[in-house]
Ligand binder design. Structure first.
Ligand code: C2E
Ligand code: MG
Ligand code: MG
Length: 691
């Protein structure tokens, strides 16, 4: 740029000091030559009329006025007797107008008859001004064009220079500076084909090498510390490696203002593959899943992935895969810019979910995915892991699509779940769990035929927690065995206490969860409870779920037979919601089925429900089983059940679940109420629904 400016100044100086004065001088000279010739022409014109006139031209011999040697300063035209006829002295002014003074010109043509004297002036109009102004204006114009061209060239060159050289160089310098501060994140540099591009390439390679070196160092440190860095089964990095890498990526992303995502991919029901096909097949399945995740995480739906990718967990520059725990894989996406995360998650899920074929057997694979993001869902690797895990659990519960992104709502739900999980094992010994009792009524007579014990948990922090929420938690964590045993023992104790207080002996029902039912010591536990409380076993009813009965039919049959031998009463709860088949019931010693309240709810308005309830009643009767309708809330429902031949009914219309002291106090009232309620419907038997 400097040479350009120098060139411009030189050209301007040349024109200003040399070319322009020269042009002006030449113009002047031409002008004066023209004036000379004009004046001379005039003089010559005068000469013949001025008798004997002679013209003397005093030429300039030296001086600065005119450059031309031929130019003159003064012109005098004399008469023969030396009178000055015409005199013209050239001066600066003559450049504007040449005035010739005609002093005494004998204008009498000697050949003419008349003569006349005259005096005056002859003016020759001449002005050099416009010519000089024209030169000056061209000169200024030229200078303007030159300056504009220079300015344009300078701006163009500066722009080019900064975009092609200066900015890329600055970026390279900044990247090199970061490297010197041990910040090894991959710089985003333009790899052009010129020298700057070469430099950028070198710095980029250097950052990759240094970053790898950093991880290698960590690897060796972990190896030296005796910690394994890889998962032996899949060859992928393990949880330790993931946590380490996650911490580093968070550090870089934080400094860079970038977002990253952590995906937990869990193989649904992996345990059943292990159980059904054995551990060797289970292991192969996990290897296959690892392989599929590595193959698709980069967006390439191919089954080809190289060993090195598996070993380093690096799928591409920004995606890292690890095996987090038994059947949970982690995918860390370290750069979300330009990534459609939802689409990517979906792609991984879809690709992994293809059937897994091993030794001629085909297993349907499905995966749940939980996602957390930095910085939205956590600032540390521990928080991101925790929240991805929370999202994963929510995804597993989600029956729709098995994919969940973390959210604060999930967190509070998770907090509640964790809080309930941690306090549940001690809830009974803390006296937080109590039993409420709900009567079952004979639909024909209105007599109370039994009572069901229903657990209630009053949590110190969360208040009343419904059994629908805490029983499944207790099931999952296994504390249901102790809790269930406490329920059985407490219900037996209550039944005996009521008998002793003079209440009629009514059957006491308790609910058994599937896990309790599959407990190998169940029969012993029930026997012990009955013996300890000296209870007539036929007055103890166990309500089982359909699922518990069909899971392992042989085993269920054995357990039910042993329980029946003990003398307890057995019923199937919530009938119709699970496997909806009475056919499997005939092989078991079942005494009663309880029709789920979802059918009873709709019997007055839905013909299908009425048909289902009627069918269950008639089939159960043919199998010699008692039928109980759950959730009876209106007299119309009760009327329909009576007309359809249902044996017993239970529901808010007849009696709500109430605490034991209320039950005892209001027993008489309840008896009277149920009797009158049933009497009312039998007397108004005209309202009968077609079955
Ligand atoms: P379940 O055994 O089918 O118990 C009946 C449920 O229906 C009870 O809910 C009861 O309060 C409710 N219910 C009774 N009549 C009506 C009615 O007319 N309308 C409506 N809308 N609901 C009615 P609860 O007490 O919330 O218990 C829910 C479930 O939790 C029980 O269903 C049972 O499966 C389980 N559960 C309760 N206590 C225990 C327990 O001690 N052990 C086990 N394993 N499960 C229990
Ligand atoms: Mg029940
Ligand atoms: Mg039920």
């Amino acid at each position: 740029m400097v040479p350009l400016a120098v060139l411009f100044v030189s050209v301007a100086a040349y024109f200003h000091f040399i070319a322009l004065p020269r042009a002006i001088a030449e113009t002047r000279q031409q002008f004066h030559m023209q004036v000379d010739s004009d004046v001379t022409a005039i003089a010559r014109t005068l000469q013949p009329v001025a008798s004997h006139a002679n013209i003397a031209v005093l030429r300039e011999t030296s001086g600065t006025f005119f450059d031309s040697k031929q130019s003159w300063r003064e012109m005098v035209i004399r008469s023969a007797n030396d009178d000055i006829l015409v005199r013209h002295v050239r001066s600066q002014d003559t450049e504007k107008a040449i005035v010739m003074d005609v002093h005494k010109v004998d204008l009498v043509d000697p050949s003419s008859a008349s003569s006349e004297r005259n005096a005056g002036s002859i003016m020759v109009k001449a002005d050099i001004g416009p010519s000089i102004a024209k030169i000056n204006s061209s000169y200024r114009h030229f200078l303007l064009v030159l300056a504009s061209a220079l300015a344009f060239t300078l701006v163009l060159m500066a722009t080019l220079l900064s975009s092609v050289v200066i900015n890329p160089l600055r970026k390279v310098a900044a990247a090199a500076d970061r490297l010197s501060k041990r910040d090894f994140r991959q710089p985003e540099l333009a790899m052009t084909g010129d020298e700057v591009g070469d430099l950028a390439r070198s710095v980029s390679h250097l950052s990759v090498a240094l970053r790898q070196h950093e991880f290698d160092q960590r690897k060796s440190a972990l190896t030296i510390a005796g910690l394994s860095y890889h998962d032996e089964l899949t060859g992928l990095p393990n949880k330790g490696f993931l946590t380490d890498r996650l911490g580093t990526e968070i550090k870089y992303a934080g400094a860079d203002d970038r977002s990253i995502a952590l995906l937990f991919v869990d193989v649904d029901n992996f345990k059943s593959i292990n159980d059904l096909a054995g551990h060797a097949v289970g292991d192969k399945c996990l290897r296959e899943v690892a392989h599929r995740i590595v193959s698709t995480a980069s967006g390439e739906k191919s089954l080809v992935c190289d060993i090195e990718s598996m070993f380093d967990g690096l799928v591409d520059g920004r995606t890292f895969v690890a095996r987090y725990s038994a059947d949970v894989f982690a995918v860390l996406i370290a750069e979300l810019e330009g990534v459609d995360l939802a689409a990517k998650v979906r792609a991984i899920q879809e690709f992994v979910q293809r059937p897994f074929v091993e030794a001629g057997r085909e297993f349907d694979l499905s995966v749940s995915v939980g996602v957390s993001k930095f910085p939205d869902h956590g600032a540390t690797s521990a928080e991101l892991v925790k929240h991805a895990d929370t999202a994963l659990h929510a995804a597993k519960r989600d029956t729709m699509d098995h994919v969940r992104f973390f959210s604060d709502t999930l967190d509070s739900a998770n907090f509640r779940r964790l809080s309930l999980e941690s306090s549940l094992p001690r809830a009974t010994e803390n006296g937080e769990v109590v039993l409420h009792y709900q009567a079952k009524v004979d639909v024909r007579s209105g007599v109370i035929s039994g009572v069901e014990a229903l657990a209630r948990w009053s949590h110190p922090l969360h208040g009343d927690v419904s059994p629908g929420e805490f029983i499944p938690i207790s099931e999952r964590q296994g504390s249901i065995i102790e809790l269930g045993q406490w329920v059985v023992e407490s219900a037996c104790a209550q039944a005996i206490a009521w008998q002793r207080s003079g209440l009629p002996s009514i059957r006491m029902a308790v609910n058994l969860s599937p896990r309790q039912f599959s407990d190998s010591q169940l029969v012993d536990r029930i026997r012990r409870a009955v013996e300890v409380h000296d209870m007539d076993p036929s007055l103890l009813e166990l309500e089982l779920t359909e699922g518990a009965l069909v899971d392992d039919p042989e085993r269920a049959e054995r357990t039910l037979t042993e329980l029946k031998e003990l003398g307890v009463y057995l019923s199937v709860d919530d009938f119709g919601t699970g496997y909806s088949s009475l056919s499997y019931l005939h092989r078991y010693p079942i005494d009663a089925v309880k029709i789920d309240r979802s059918f009873i709810n709709t019997i007055t308005e839905d013909e299908n429900s009425r048909a289902i309830v009627s069918a269950i009643i008639s089939m159960a009767r043919s199998l010699n089983m008692t039928v109980v309708a759950e959730g009876v809330e209106t007299p119309e429902q009760l009327k329909f059940l009576a007309s359809a031949g249902c044996d017993d009914a239970q529901g808010f219309y007849l009696s709500r679940p109430i605490d034991p002291s209320d039950f005892e106090k209001s027993f008489e009232d309840t008896v009277n109420w149920t009797l009158s309620a049933v009497k009312e419907i039998t007397e108004n038997a005209d309202v009968v629904y077609a079955s």
